[in-house]
Ligand binder design. Structure first.
Ligand code: ADP
Ligand code: ZN
Length: 728
């Protein structure tokens, strides 16, 4: 047995449970360092992991360590990022290896390489003398820019020929990184800052200069110019030789912001999900090598390996898409605040409708508040009109989906050459298909969910598991040809609008119409170029868009989300209504919002429309405090899933007893069947633990760990979600 000291690496491996496993470092890898991606033998398998410690020590008595098997060249997680990930794994209760696997993209870990893309472009106006052969090659290009392989094929030649032509100045041969196109545009924004913007910039700027760490809540109404504040601050950070991280809820939904950032700065990486594996791996390595000054992207961009982050900005900080709903179940805004603290750099959280958590942090002094109350272009916040759909149906003597008010105004918008946005947060033709005779409703075989009818595709689809089938000709229960569709989705809405206002050019934006890669960007571009008068869509149309010609916004079924059993239902409704109304009147002209609802008195809708944020927030805070919900508590949710209903019930009950014994002043709700008790073929039970604060919730989890944690079951999967956003 070898008891002599040797070099030992502790490695985090992507599996639940232990954070680190020890390996002997062979001489060939003696320069291995913390953050390196390595391959290790693990049982009979070879797995990928990350080195989290290297030291010379004696292995534990009686243990023979296995050797590190290899190392990826050029993949090293920077120490500050590793620090964040360690914090995250502890807080969100997964293993360090699981968190690393979620934070470092698989193609990076797997070492995927991208074929260098080489293109050949003829130089316009080139007139110098060339040989006849060279002339023939140039003619073959016909003035087009081609990929090298295509150019070679077309001209019947090889790369050497193009290199010679490049020397002569007849063509350019460029090897470009497929992952970024630098588009510098002379139209870069040169607005003078408004007074409010100047004050906001000044405060953070001073913190930057003096090296003060602080989190700022940039609370600016829709259209108040938050982006310009971000850009000014980014400029200062970049000038000081550091990098900026700009997080957005969904890149496809905020193409304009990404475009504005790229117009202003040259070395920008856009971090989105549309990359090929090779592109993603290559982008990661380039970011780590310091090739970019600014990374803009969705929640996972927080883990971009910037060498020296100097500022973190989280735009639309209230958006739920910052929460990841699979392991690691982190919240990118919350982690951004932690990261800022660890790095000692400012964090700016921007929103027109801040989350109650952030407002609470501002009110208790944890965050500094910067406010923007005016729209620089002079447009005022839109005038609201609420239509009571009960009265409307009565007046129209039918089950009306569209109010006369909205239709009249849409006509007016079109006549004046303006534009409108109509929001309905439900896609497809109809959300319910049922028998008008026996009442049987069609639901998914794998989920406890009704099927949605999609007319264009002529399919019934489950929006949860994606299962689909054709519409049956007769009711499966009573065999009568009496199936009917009920309720309204965006597909039907667009058709109904087209029937009501035949001359109105309509563009529909929902998950069905944007299915193809980067689809949103194209649709929004078309709309901003005036290809349609009216954008009809799901919540996708609510976010961050800036179309100056939009003067009318319609919101259908505004109160529908309020019936969802979730303590954030009112907050979400408020945010959606305020955000989508904020799309109107962003240019010089003011706008109108027409809201259709059955519960027209709901405070979340009224306050959003009447621009009374404080009233809504105060009332909602009181409710949260009374019922013990965040921001006045810390939540933990457990979910048990299994194909067997009996097993899931048994294990949940057994785990429930352990949970109860770890609780100490914490309220335990459940275990009981989850709101969606059957999903994707799995039976589901859940439990919600309410502690007095986030810290107290961590205390509860520590006590549960001290009891040995929840015992593994082969048949039932259990997940833990810290600060859950889905609670039913
Ligand atoms: P927000 O993100 O706060 O909703 P934006 O940043 O999209 O708002 O700004 C709204 C509009 O106002 C944009 O068209 C932007 O170009 C314009 N804008 C912002 N700041 C100024 C300014 N200081 N002067 C003139 N126009 C501005
Ligand atoms: Zn389903």
């Amino acid at each position: 047995m070898d008891t002599a000291e040797s070099l030992i690496a502790d490695v985090a491996i992507d599996c639940p449970g232990r954070d680190r496993y020890s390996y002997r470092v062979p001489d060939a890898l003696a320069d291995v360092a913390v953050g390196d991606c390595v391959s290790v033998p693990f049982g009979p398998r070879s797995l990928r992991g990350f080195v989290v410690a290297v030291e010379r020590r004696a292995p534990p008595a009686g243990v023979t360590l296995r050797d590190l098997a290899g190392r990826r060249p050029d993949v090293r997680v920077p120490p500050h990022l590793l620090g964040l990930i360690q914090w995250g794994a502890r807080y969100y209760r997964c293993s360090l290896g699981e968190f690393l696997a979620g934070a470092v993209p698989a193609p990076v870990r797997e070492g995927t390489r991208m074929d260098a893309e080489i293109s050949v472009a003829p130089v316009a106006g080139f007139a110098a003398k060339v040989t006849a052969r060279q002339r023939a090659v140039l003619d073959a290009l016909a003035g087009e820019t081609l990929a090298l392989a295509d150019a070679c094929e077309r001209a019947g030649t090889d790369r050497a020929m193009f290199d010679r032509l490049a020397k002569l100045g007849a063509v350019t041969v460029s090897e470009h990184r497929a992952v970024q196109e630098v588009r510098l545009d002379a139209r870069a924004e040169d607005h003078e800052l408004t007074d409010e913007q100047r004050i906001a910039v000044g405060e953070v700027s001073q913190a930057l200069t003096e090296g003060i760490q602080r989190t700022y809540l940039l609370y600016g109404i829709t259209g108040s110019g938050k982006t310009l504040v971000y850009l000014e601050l980014a400029q200062q950070v970049i000038a000081s030789g550091k990098q900026v991280l700009l997080l957005l809820p969904e890149i496809g939904l905020t193409p304009q912001l990404a475009a504005r950032v790229r117009r202003r700065f040259a070395r920008v990486a856009v971090w989105h999900s549309g990359f090929t594996d090779g592109e993603r791996a290559s982008l990661w390595r380039e970011v780590a090598a310091g090739a970019f000054d600014l990374v803009v992207g969705t929640r996972s961009a927080l883990f971009a390996p910037l060498p020296k982050p100097g500022l973190i900005i989280v735009d639309e900080e209230h958006e739920q898409s910052y929460k990841q709903e699979s392991v690691p179940r982190y919240h990118a805004r919350d982690l951004a605040v932690v990261y800022g603290g660890q790095l000692g750099v400012p964090v700016v959280l921007g929103s027109a409708t801040p989350s109650l958590e952030s407002v609470h942090n501002a009110r208790t002094g944890r965050y500094a508040v910067l406010t923007l109350k005016k729209r620089p272009l002079g447009g005022r916040l839109p005038t609201p009109l609420v239509v009571d759909m009960r009265e409307e149906c009565h007046a129209q003597k039918k089950q009306a989906h569209l109010s006369r008010e909205l239709i009249d105004r849409l006509r007016g918008v079109q006549e004046r050459g303006e534009q409108a946005i109509v929001l309905l947060n439900r896609r497809g033709w109809s959300p319910v298909v049922s028998c008008t005779d026996c009442g049987h409703a069609l639901s998914c075989t794998h989920c406890d969910i009704s099927l949605t009818y999609h007319k264009g595709a002529a399919r019934l689809r489950c929006h949860y598991c994606g299962d689909q089938k054709p519409m049956p000709p007769v009711c499966p229960a009573c065999q009568q040809p009496t199936l009917g569709t009920f309720g309204l989705g965006t597909e039907q809405l667009a058709a109904t609008l087209a029937a009501e206002v035949p001359s109105l050019k309509i563009l529909r934006v929902d998950a069905d119409t944007v299915a193809e890669r980067q689809g949103h960007a194209k649709l929004f571009q078309a709309f901003s170029e005036g290809a349609a008068d009216c954008l009809v869509g799901t919540q996708m149309v609510a976010k961050g868009l800036d179309f100056p010609r939009v003067t009318l916004v319609g919101i259908l079924c505004a109160d529908r989300a309020l019936s969802v059993p979730d303590f954030r239902a009112a907050e979400r409704t408020y945010q959606l209504v305020a955000q989508v109304s904020g799309r109107a009147g962003r240019g010089a002209k003011s706008g109108t919002v027409v809201v259709q609802a059955f519960d027209v008195a709901a405070p979340s809708i009224r306050c959003a429309l009447d621009h009374r944020p404080k009233e809504f927030v105060d009332a909602e805070m009181d409710l949260r405090r009374d019922y013990g919900y965040p921001p006045f508590s810390g939540l933990v949710r457990f979910v048990w899933t299994s194909e067997s209903q009996a097993d899931v019930q048994l294990v949940a009950a057994e785990h429930g007893r352990l949970i109860a014994s770890a609780a100490s002043g914490d309220v335990v709700l459940g275990p009981n069947p989850a709101g969606l008790a059957f999903l994707k073929g799995q039976h589901r039970w859940h439990a919600l633990i309410k502690s007095s604060s986030r810290g107290a919730a961590q205390g509860f989890l520590d006590r549960l760990d001290a009891l040995g944690g929840l015992p593994r079951s082969r048949k039932v999967h259990v997940s833990v979600d810290v600060d859950p956003y889905v609670t039913s």
